[in-house]
Each structure stands twice: as structure tokens, then as C-alpha cells.
Design a protein around this ligand. Structure first.
Ligand code: PQQ
Length: 262
């Protein structure tokens, strides 16, 4: 896997500092969990039972845009990866979301979550609720992965280090706080608990293998921060629209005139 010349190794970040030992670098990546979107007030409100049905529905409908883009993002990484052994492992992520013979996959599970909170499948597919800010944030992630060296792209998936805690928290708190949500909708969160752990093992393996200089380590931490920014920005857009009741063009119209993707 590491025999392919990487522009990433010769990172543009200037530093004379020595590289962190692998375990200290892993800890530095983990420390970025302090900025994970579970700490965003929108998610805190959802976890602590303060979200209205409209706010939950808004989150589910907007996150659907992330869900449908994840396999395209992973396909972009595969397209940029010349290493067959890596592709053979990474392709599992596409199947996790798109499904295969006996398993509808994550997108299907998210549609079930949508129905459980009172949204229709058509409404989700039409992306009529997807706020421009959410669309731009998700698109920035996909476009980064399209352009980046595949190892940098792999590192950008490492927010998944922190995702099992988010899924676990929803499974633990939502049924109590939101008895109106049909429990049949929680399959996605359960499914991701084990899939995310396997994904992060692979992502971390790549990060530790390629980030052997201080410059590469700093670059990796910055990539992880970029991805944290993507997730945080999605929730900022939802806060404006569904908590502060300032959706796009609210001063002009209450119609959802914003574009549905070009
Ligand atoms: O619900 C969440 O908090 C959350 C966060 C993230 C993440 O950190 O990007 C992912 C997921 N869920 C998720 O379910 C998922 O499949 C996933 C894939 C990826 C990725 O970047 O490749 N992130 C995430």
C-alpha cells in the first residue's frame, strides 16, 4: 500500500519539528473529537429531548443528502486509488450504503428512518428540504475527495472515529425522548455501530502508515479539521432554518425557492 509515490508525503506544510511517535499521533487525531458535531447545540438539543418534530425531520431530511453522497465520495476515492488491495477493502463502504443481495444498505435504512419520523421517501429523494448550506458543505467534502490524493481522502473519513458515540447516544436517548418516532427507524444507527469501527481501523492504518513526518501529521490534522468543519457547518445551516426560523430567503418568502442541486 505504501509503495506508491505520494505527493502527500512531501506535504506543503513547513515545519522543523520532529514527527510524533505513532501512538502520540493517533492521540492527536483522537483529540480532534473535541470538535465533533455531537457537541453542536443542535445535536445536544436532539440528544437531550429538546428537539421538536420539525427539527428532527429537518435533520433527517438534510442528513439524507450526506447519506446519498457518501458512496459517491467513496467511489471517487476508489477511482483515484491505484492500489488493488486497498480498493478491495474500501469497496465494502459502497456496499454498506448502497446495499447488496440480502441487505438494503444504509441509504435504504435512512429512508426507513425518514418514514419513522414522518417524512415520505419521495420527499427525501426530491431533496426539497436540503438547505443550500448543507448542500455546499457536503459538496465540499465530495469535491475534496475527488481532487485529493487517495490517502488524504482516506484521512478525511476519520471523523468516523467519533461516530459510534453519536449513533449509540441516539439509540440510548431518542426512544425515551421521542416516543412518537417509530422504533423501526433506528436500524441505521445500529448498523453503523459495527461498520464504522471497521472503517476507522482501515482509515487509521492508512494515516499511521503515511504520516511519518511532522509536516504530513499536521496536514492530516488539518484535513480532519476540514471534515469537522463540514459536519459543523451542516448543523449551523439547520440551526438557522429550524431553530432560529431563518431559512434561506425568509425575509422575502416562506417558499423553499432554493435550488435542488445542479
Ligand atoms: O451520524 C453521524 O454522526 C455520522 C457521522 C459521520 C462522520 O463523522 O462523517 C458519518 C456517519 N454518521 C455515517 O453514518 C457514515 O456512514 C459515515 C461515512 C463517513 C465518511 O466520511 O466516509 N462519515 C460518516
Amino acid at each position: 500500500m505504501t509503495s506508491i509515490a505520494s505527493p502527500f508525503a512531501a506535504s506543503a506544510v513547513e515545519t522543523d519539528a520532529p514527527a510524533l511517535p505513532p501512538e502520540a499521533f493517533r492521540q492527536a487525531l483522537l483529540a480532534k473529537g473535541a470538535y465533533y458535531h455531537i457537541h453542536h447545540p443542535y445535536q445536544v438539543d436532539m440528544a437531550e429531548g429538546r428537539a421538536t418534530p420539525e427539527q428532527i425531520r429537518g435533520w433527517v431530511a438534510n442528513r439524507f443528502y450526506y447519506q446519498v453522497n457518501i458512496p459517491q465520495k467513496d467511489a471517487a476515492l476508489l477511482a483515484n486509488c491505484p492500489d488493488a488491495a486497498t480498493r478491495r477493502r474500501w469497496i465494502q463502504r459502497l456496499l454498506d450504503h448502497d446495499g447488496h443481495t440480502d441487505d438494503g444498505g444504509g441509504i435504504e435504512a435512512w429512508l426507513a428512518l425518514g418514514e419513522a419520523v414522518g417524512l415520505t421517501r419521495d420527499e427525501l429523494w426530491a431533496q426539497e428540504h436540503v438547505l443550500p448550506g448543507v448542500r455546499f458543505a457536503v459538496d465540499a467534502y465530495v469535491n475534496f475527495v475527488r481532487r485529493a490524493d487517495w490517502r488524504e481522502a482516506a484521512i478525511s473519513s476519520l471523523t468516523e472515529l467519533f461516530a459510534p458515540e453519536a449513533h449509540r447516544s441516539r439509540l440510548d436517548t431518542w426512544p425515551t425522548h421521542y416516543p412518537w418516532i417509530d422504533e423501526a427507524g433506528y436500524g441505521y444507527f445500529r448498523k453503523r455501530l459495527k461498520e464504522a469501527r471497521r472503517d476507522v481501523d482501515h482509515g487509521l492504518e492508512v494515516a499511521l502508515a503515511v504520516c511519518t513526518t511532522a509536516a504530513a501529521q499536521q496536514r492530516a490534522l488539518e484535513i480532519l479539521q476540514f471534515k469537522l468543519d463540514v459536519l459543523w457547518s451542516m448543523l449551523d445551516a439547520m440551526t438557522l432554518a429550524y431553530q432560529l426560523e431563518r431559512p434561506p430567503y425568509h425575509s422575502v418568502t416562506d417558499r423553499r425557492v432554493y435550488h435542488r442541486g445542479l
